[in-house]
Ligand binder design. Structure first.
Ligand SMILES: Nc1ncnc2c1ncn2[C@@H]1O[C@H](COP(=O)(O)OP(=O)(O)O)[C@@H](O)[C@H]1O
Ligand SMILES: [Mg+2]
Length: 456
């Protein structure tokens, strides 16, 4: 649905509130009322039924007492009792008539010509009566009846509490709904406001927590963690962009100066060749930086769908040690190794080789003259652990976290060749393999440990 369509729809249905909680409250109130109305009907019928059964019993008892009058005092006695009863104007009416319907004593409007057993009467002047009739010797018919209007009113009054309670419950549901809707609106509004601030560029903005630990707070907590992560990523990206620009500026401007100077000079094949060679070296360094950055980016992006390949880690480490042992010896340094055989990990062999090379080169380059480098690969708790340590100058513990950042180099390394990307790549490669990278003081020197995850 387009935005416009949404607005039009909302406009058309303005009577029906947009607030979810309010709609829920209205629906709940409606259901409560409906249930109460149905409950009223059902309750009325049940009460009416029970009360009418009661009436049946009482008219029958009354008829029976008249019959005993008849048995004790004969027709005359019965007629007198009926007259007396009628004069008293009680709740019941009674009539004594012949079987043909001719009235002898008492009065019951709408009485049938003859009645035996129960009947419901609807007299012409209105109302409903419940009657019971008895046939007596001598062609007599006695009918006793009670008005049902009063009992029906009682039944209605009894059942009537239901819709009243329902109305109250409905009102309560509505009030609760309103309160919930306001509360929900308030909290959602604060989320919307914070989200808008973030969109407007304030990446430090966080959503307010109520502190109750409810579902809302849990959601807000998750969103805040996400915002913190986004902020971190954006800050990292800005930092990296800054660093790249900063780092590549000097070699490129040096290159430009050299070329400009060469251009201003009189042409001389010897000097030109020297300039070109220097320029090429400068460009090589720039290109090396770019390929390191790309390698880090590749490692950080993950394996991108290509499944991790099994890497014979023991063989890989042994090869790297062999390659660098000769280099170390030439420089008057030493490289010794203790490599457990048969260890393997799942991942990317080229990246692992590059990470190894970076660590050994760091030890040889930054460790100082005559440094002794030790490479160890062993199995710990079922998982491979790779360790590269040296007895050189080391890195102060407070710098351990920083040196894995891109372009970060210790001040003392300013004049040592390098880009500051070596440990950043090691970090990214470790992360790619689910491994933990740890820098520690080897007293003296640096010990770098990569703990791979348990393969099983
Ligand atoms: N084995 C080591 N001994 C002493 N310092 C080291 C060692 N490894 C790294 N460093 C310090 O950490 C910094 C970052 O290392 P790295 O990311 O590999 O960048 P680079 O080697 O290009 O300078 C280095 O500049 C150096 O100052
Ligand atoms: Mg390095």
């Amino acid at each position: 649905m387009t935005e416009r369509a949404v607005i039009e729809r909302v406009g058309r249905r303005r009577l029906w509130p947009r607030s979810f909680a309010l709609r829920a409250a209205l629906a709940a109130a409606g259901v409560v009322l409906l249930v109460c109305v149905l409950g009223f009907g059902w309750g009325f019928l049940r009460a009416q039924e029970a009360l009418r059964a009661q009436i049946d019993i009482s008219v029958r008892a009354e008829a029976e007492s008249f019959v005993s009058d008849f048995e004790a005092h004969g027709a005359q006695g019965l007629a007198e009792a009926v007259v007396l009863h009628t004069r008293r104007r009680g709740a019941t009416r009674v009539v004594l008539q012949t079987l043909g319907g001719q009235r002898l004593a008492g009065q019951l409007p709408g009485a049938p010509a003859a009645l035996r057993g129960y009947a419901t009467l609807y007299p012409p002047e209105g109302g409903t009566w419940r009657a019971v009739g008895a046939l007596l010797p001598g062609g007599l018919n006695l009918i006793v009846a009670a008005d049902l209007e009063a009992t029906d009113r009682t039944a209605a009054a009894m059942a009537g509490t239901l819709p009243a309670a329902g109305a109250l419950a409905g009102l309560a549901a509505l009030a609760l709904g309103f309160a919930t809707a306001r509360q929900l609106e308030r909290r959602l509004h604060s989320v919307t406001a914070a989200a808008q601030a973030v969109m407007a560029g304030d990446l430090t903005r966080r959503l307010p927590l109520e502190g109750g630990g409810d579902e809302f707070d849990q959601l807000v907590g998750t969103i805040n963690t996400m915002l913190a992560r986004i902020e971190e990523l954006v800050r990292d990206m800005r930092q990296v962009t800054d660093d790249i620009a900063h780092d590549l500026r000097s070699p490129l401007s040096r290159l430009r100066q050299k070329l400009e100077a060469a251009l201003a000079r009189a042409r001389d094949p010897g000097a030109d060749a020297e300039t070109l060679a220097a320029a090429t070296a400068e460009l090589d360094a720039v290109l090396a930086t770019f390929s390191s950055l790309l390698r880090i980016a590749r490692a950080e992006a993950g394996l991108r769908g290509t499944p991790p390949q099994p890497v014979a880690l023991s063989d890989l480490v042994a090869q790297m040690v062999e390659t660098y042992a000769a280099v170390a010896e030439e420089q008057g340094q030493s490289l010794e190794a203790e490599v457990a055989g048969g260890l393997a990990v799942a991942g990317d062999a080229a990246l692992l080789r590059q990470a190894m090379a970076n660590l050994i080169e760091n030890a040889l380059l930054h460790g100082g003259p005559g440094v002794r480098v030790r490479v160890a690969l062993r199995q710990e708790a079922g998982a491979p652990v790779l360790e590269v340590s040296d007895n050189g100058t080391g890195i102060p513990p407070e710098e351990h976290d920083k040196v894995t950042r891109r372009f970060y180099r210790l001040d003392r390394s300013r004049n040592t060749p390098g880009t500051g990307l070596g440990l950043a790549l090691v970090q990214a490669v470790a992360q790619l393999h689910g491994a933990t990278l740890r820098l520690a003081d080897a007293a003296p020197g640096l010990r770098v440990t990569i703990m791979f995850p348990n393969a099983g």
